[in-house]
Design a protein around this ligand. Structure first.
Ligand SMILES: [Zn+2]
Length: 69
């Protein structure tokens, strides 16, 4: 059983309307509407993404674009 990250509905992957892979995870959606909402702004619905900036850095304009060595 999976959870639709947009509307938090419990989903059976076999019945899901759409699937997206994001940050190494698969997400299932109950409808095209949820799927579109997610693909537009996935960071809104996914919390455990490591690329998310730290909240404590107030005025740091940091954006990592994969240039980390
Ligand atoms: Zn949904």
């Amino acid at each position: 059983m999976n959870i639709d990250p947009v509307c938090n509905a419990a989903l059976d992957p076999h019945r899901a309307a759409a699937r997206v892979e994001y940050a190494g995870q698969s997400y299932w959606f109950c409808s095209e509407a949820c799927h579109k909402a997610f693909t537009r702004e996935p960071h809104r619905y996914v919390r455990d993404v490591r690329a998310e900036p730290a909240k404590s850095t107030a005025s740091a304009e940091t954006s990592f674009d994969g240039n980390e060595a």
